[in-house]
Design a protein around this ligand. Structure first.
Ligand code: C2E
Ligand code: MG
Ligand code: MG
Ligand code: MG
Length: 280
């Protein structure tokens, strides 16, 4: 009896797995087509200097508008691109688009592009970045590359070398999603990053004293390592206040702006309000 039950259980389980795999295969085929047709769009989310309200940089985020399903989140299609061998091509498209778009932005604004760990394997990432800069004319100092600790999990020595050569180009390197990994602190000293982006989960819990203690020690470390710090996923003015009083200089999140198409970006005047009123 128990044998039969086990077997039918297995059938149900495997049928469900098969349906999921089919769905993923269909998505992969459609994604390959969308990349081929260059239908993946790039939106931008501003990173704000909390003290002045100025836009210091924008993060490029891939967007896929599916014909029947509508917007599909990159949290869903980036892993499909990675497992389907599409991420190198997709990553190249986002990179060149972001560099070209940045050329239309104010010259003191940087553009940040996310890199998958798989872009470090295989093809020559350094050549790809060099050629995106050359083709667009974007000065290297205006490009920032965001990586996660996954880059350190595979092919560590090789990836570290690539990362060093990328930094050697004059672009800056940011550690993304800081704090949610397994040994985030060790990666901070493994490579001379220019910036760390503190994961949203910490900002969500910024009203807890444990979180404040962690943020304070990250700040201390950042000071020693001469790192810039960004708070990700800032949604409320209360969070802005707490970040500002902790001395965290930069914030990114829906409170300031959602990711938007290039045409919808705006560049608030850096002139302090008080001065403007005096002048009027
Ligand atoms: P990420 O690099 O950590 O990007 C930040 C994500 O947080 C974005 O999600 C952004 O829309 C979201 N976000 C920003 N502020 C807020 C907020 O206040 N509240 C909430 N709830 N969310 C906020 P998105 O665009 O869905 O991208 C998800 C992830 O997909 C990215 O996380 C990144 O890891 C990956 N991704 C997106 N575009 C690319 C790409 O071109 N290449 C690669 N390799 N990965 C990408
Ligand atoms: Mg990012
Ligand atoms: Mg992030
Ligand atoms: Mg994230």
């Amino acid at each position: 009896k128990s044998k039969n039950a086990g077997r039918s259980c297995f059938h149900i389980y495997s049928a469900q797995l098969k349906a999921e795999a089919d769905q993923r295969n269909v998505l992969e085929i459609e994604l390959r087509e969308a990349i081929w047709r260059e239908e993946i769009e790039v939106f931008y989310q501003p990173v704000i200097e909390l003290g002045t309200g100025r836009v210091k940089s924008v993060e490029a985020l891939a967007r896929w508008h599916h014909a029947t399903r509508g917007a599909i989140s990159p949290a869903e299609f980036i892993p499909v691109a990675e497992s389907g061998g599409l991420i190198v091509e997709l990553g190249n498209q986002v990179l060149i688009r972001a560099c070209r778009d940045a050329m239309t932005m104010p010259s003191d604004v940087k553009v940040a592009v996310n890199l998958s760990a798989l872009q470090f394997a295989g093809t020559n990432l350094v050549d790809t970045v060099t050629s995106a800069l050359a083709q667009s004319g974007l000065p290297e100092a205006r490009l920032e590359l965001e990586i996660t600790e996954s880059v350190f999990l595979a092919d560590t020595q090789e990836n570290l070398k690539t990362l060093q050569r990328l930094k050697g180009l004059g672009v800056s390197i940011a550690l993304d999603d800081f704090g949610v990994g397994y040994s985030s602190l060790s990666y901070l000293t493994a490579f001379p990053f220019n910036k760390v982006k503190i994961d949203k989960t910490f900002i969500d819990r910024i009203d807890r004293c444990e979180t404040v203690a962690v943020l304070k020690s990250i700040m201390q470390l950042a000071k020693t390592l001469k790192l810039s710090i960004v708070a990700e996923g800032v949604e409320t003015s209360e969070q802005v206040g707490r970040l500002h009083s902790l001395g965290i200089p930069l914030g990114q999140g829906f409170f300031f702006s959602k990711p938007v198409p290039l045409a919808d970006l705006s560049w608030p005047s850096p002139v302090p309000r008080r001065k403007r009123q005096n002048a009027a």
